[in-house]
Every structure is written in structure tokens, then in C-alpha cells.
Design a protein around this ligand. Structure first.
Ligand SMILES: Nc1ncnc2c1ncn2[C@@H]1O[C@H](COP(=O)(O)OP(=O)(O)O)[C@@H](O)[C@H]1O
Ligand SMILES: [Mg+2]
Length: 412
């Protein structure tokens, strides 16, 4: 897909840095100075994705631009600078879903504007992973009476965003800092490495147990099968055989999880990045679905795609984002707006601490309890235990100084 063009109608002192920033991000940046110019530009090209307008400095001209953007069957979203008062009024009245325009206020940084443009471009594309999954809603909750543990799935359809890292260290934080009984399930045989990163080689798997049962052995629960890690976490691999992952009956896996709720306080599941039937069954079984997102466009795009799939499955309300490697200068608010859900917590970049801990088969919570990153996971554990507490403010407060601030205001 070729990069899109962005039309910019801003005062000259803002035009320059904004154009530079957008060009560096690979956009074509096209300055315009009046509505006629915009009209002739739009009639000659098809790749204009967004128009950046100044509704604060010159509202009348912006209205002219706006009607050009929506002339005939044209509908190009506008990103409009407005006064804070106008923004308040707009956000109070607008039902977000149907309107593609966005608003922002001064001062802003060229970088945050670029980020907003990226987000608008992502949103304007129909998200479709091409797999055409038809998803049915979860059935009646069968084992409600037996429930005890809360089931938390950790998922993002993109690899490398920190699913395994978040699952493992959240498990350790709940077990060690919150005194909860935790079962950690590795349901990603393909790219996962939960048990090996915890120094547990050759653990017995759910697939092993089923095979033994089929050959006359006793039926076992996940509690029976699980290996004990020195931290106290119990660990189960679903299977050790990536080739036969799909042979596992998804409903039977979900049922095994459900039955083991009685033995634990939290069941945390590290998922394979796919929308296969096993994951669908786990989404339906989960009480919360944590979506780790790194501050980059592919990870955000993946999270957005998942949001749509989750909505189709009827599990959208269970989703919560965790911002991982939250150190790129991208503001948390922008990420929350882009993905359309609040951040449950932020996990900073831990550098080599994860590697060093894994080399010893330990989590960072155990190995580096005093490091800030361990506090981040404890904060996440707190949020998981109180999912209904006000989201965003609590999540962002401890690190606002690091991540919540716009850099280099273009205009004060
Ligand atoms: N906050 C972080 N700081 C430093 N390294 C991280 C962080 N989160 C993840 N990593 C590293 O990034 C790599 C990918 O993370 P992983 O948890 O395996 O992602 P996923 O399970 O989504 O594929 C791993 O090497 C992991 O140690
Ligand atoms: Mg993983």
C-alpha cells in the first residue's frame, strides 16, 4: 500500500514543523492556503487520507475547507485544531463511532499530531484479517457455581509485543506480592516459551494427560498436571507439539480451565497469536483479556483488529490494554484513543532484565524485586484485582512524567 497524503492548512509557523514530521513518517505532506487550492488538489488525486485544519485561528476558512472535504461523495476526515472550550463542547455532543473527524488543541507537538494522523489512517481502513472467521457468542455460563479463579487471557494477534512477558510476570506478581494462588497456562506451543523461561523443562502437558487417559489412565485436572515453579506459580503447557496443536479439542481445553477454577485464585493464559478455535474457546472462557500493545503502528493495528473480532465474539467488554515498552514518547492518551480502550497499566522497557532473569529460570519479580519494572507488574496486578476501578488516570499517574507529556510544543 502506498503511503497516504495529508493536506495541511495551518499557519506558516506550524505548517513547516508539521510537514517535516509527517514527511519523516512517510506521508506526503501537501500545504494548502485556500479552499480553491484544496478543491483542485482533491480533484487531481485520490490518496489524501486526512486534512489538518485550523478551526481555532480561522474558523470560517476551515468551514470552507470542510465542505470541500465532503463535496459530492467525497468524505475525507479532518483533524482540526480547536480551542479548549470548543473541544469540550464537541466531546460532550458527538457520538464518536459514526464521526471520523478528530479535534485537538494547542499547544501540540508535531510528533503527537503525526501520531494522531497515523491513528486516523489506521481507523479509516476497514480492518479485515481475511480469515473470515464467523464467531458465535459464548453460550450460557455452565460452571458458574464452581467458579473461583478469575481467568485472564493475554493476547494480541501480533507477535513480540510482550504477551509471554506480561503473562509470566503478572502471574509472579499476583503469586508473590498479592499472595494469590496462580496457575499459568502456556497455550502458545508455537512461539511460546513460558516453561523454559521459567527453567521448567519437559513439563507434563495437557495433551500428555489426555493421551494417558485415553490409554486407560486416570482423568487429571490442570492442578494435577501442573509443575510447581519455585515462585509458587503452577505451570501447565497445553501441548509440547506445535504440529498437533489443532488436534486438541478447544471446548475440552476450556472445560479443563473451567474445572480448575476451584483450585486457584487466578488462571493466566499465554496465547498464540492467532484467531484459531482454541483461542476462541479461551476468549469465551476468560473473564479478562489483557492486550499488550507496544507503541508502534503494527502493534496498535493488531490491537484494533482484535477489538473488532472481540466485538463480534461478544467479548469486547473483557478487553483491557497494557502498554508495554512504554518509552517512545507516544502519549498514553493517544494510544488509548487509537485503540479505543483505556490502558490498564504501563510496563516500562526492562532492557536485559528479562533475559537475565530467564537465564536463571526466574521472573523479574523474583530476581529484581526492587527494580521499577517489578513495581509496574505489581501495579498491573493491582488493576487486575480491581478491574472496575477508574481506569486511565490510575494507570497513567505513576508515569505521567515519562510518557504523558507532549514533546517540543510547536506553539505555546
Ligand atoms: N518491557 C519490556 N522490556 C524489555 N524487553 C521486553 C519487554 N517486553 C518484552 N520484552 C522482550 O521482547 C521479546 C518479545 O516478548 P514476548 O513476551 O515473547 O512477546 P510475545 O509473547 O507477544 O511474542 C522478548 O525477548 C522479551 O524479553
Ligand atoms: Mg509469546
Amino acid at each position: 500500500m502506498s503511503r497516504q497524503a495529508v493536506v495541511i492548512a495551518l499557519p506558516p509557523e506550524e505548517m513547516a514543523p508539521v510537514s517535516t514530521e509527517l514527511r519523516e513518517a512517510g506521508f506526503e505532506a501537501l500545504g494548502v492556503h485556500n479552499a480553491d487550492e484544496l478543491e483542485s488538489l482533491l480533484s487531481s488525486r485520490r490518496n489524501v487520507a486526512v486534512a489538518v485544519l485550523d478551526g481555532e485561528g480561522d474558523f470560517d476558512t476551515s468551514l470552507e475547507y470542510y465542505s470541500v472535504l465532503h463535496d459530492g461523495d467525497r468524505s475525507i476526515p479532518a483533524l482540526m485544531v480547536v480551542s479548549p472550550r470548543t473541544l469540550d463542547r464537541l466531546t460532550a455532543n458527538v457520538t464518536r463511532t459514526s464521526i471520523n473527524d478528530e479535534y485537538f488543541t494547542r499547544p501540540y507537538s508535531a510528533e503527537s499530531l503525526r501520531w494522531r494522523v497515523e491513528a486516523m489512517c489506521i481507523r479509516s481502513q476497514t480492518v479485515d484479517d481475511g480469515s473470515g472467521v464467523i464467531l458465535k457468542n459464548g453460550g450460557p455460563d455452565l460452571g458458574d457455581w464452581s467458579r473461583r479463579a478469575s481467568v485472564i487471557a493475554v493476547f494480541n494477534p501480533k507477535g513480540g509485543v510482550g504477551k509471554t512477558t506480561v503473562a509470566t510476570n503478572l502471574a509472579a506478581a499476583l503469586q508473590l506480592r498479592k499472595d494469590q494462588r496462580v496457575l499459568l497456562i502456556d497455550a502458545d506451543t508455537v512461539t511460546g516459551h513460558v516453561s523454559s523461561s521459567l527453567g521448567l523443562e519437559q513439563v507434563r502437558t495437557l495433551a500428555d494427560s489426555w493421551r494417558d487417559e485415553a490409554e486407560g489412565g486416570d482423568a487429571e485436572t490442570l492442578f494435577d498436571i501442573a509443575a510447581a515453579h519455585p515462585s509458587g506459580i503452577r505451570v501447565v503447557d497445553v501441548t509440547s507439539d506445535p504440529l498437533h496443536m489443532d488436534d486438541l479439542d478447544p471446548e475440552r481445553v476450556a472445560q479443563a480451565i473451567n474445572l480448575s477454577r476451584r483450585a486457584f485464585d487466578y488462571i493466566i493464559i499465554d496465547l498464540h497469536p492467532s484467531y484459531g478455535p482454541l483461542n476462541q474457546a479461551i476468549f469465551r472462557e476468560a473473564d479478562q483479556i489483557i492486550v499488550p500493545v507496544t507503541p508502534d503502528v503494527p502493534a496498535l493495528r493488531a490491537a484494533l483488529q482484535f477489538r473488532d473480532v472481540a466485538a463480534e465474539m461478544g467479548v469486547r467488554e473483557r478487553m483491557a490494554m497494557v502498554i508495554n515498552r512504554a518509552n517512545s514518547g507516544v502519549s498514553v492518551t493517544d494510544m488509548e484513543r487509537t485503540v479505543g480502550m483505556p490502558a490498564l497499566a504501563l510496563i516500562r522497557s526492562g532492557g536485559l532484565l528479562f533475559v537475565r532473569a530467564a537465564n536463571e529460570g526466574r521472573t523479574v519479580i523474583e530476581r529484581f524485586p526492587k527494580e521499577k519494572i517489578s513495581e509496574d507488574f505489581e501495579a498491573l496486578a493491582n488493576r487486575v484485582m480491581a478491574p472496575n476501578a477508574p481506569a486511565s488516570a490510575a494507570a497513567t499517574a505513576p508515569m505521567r512524567g515519562l510518557f504523558g507529556r507532549a514533546k517540543e510544543p510547536v506553539r505555546a
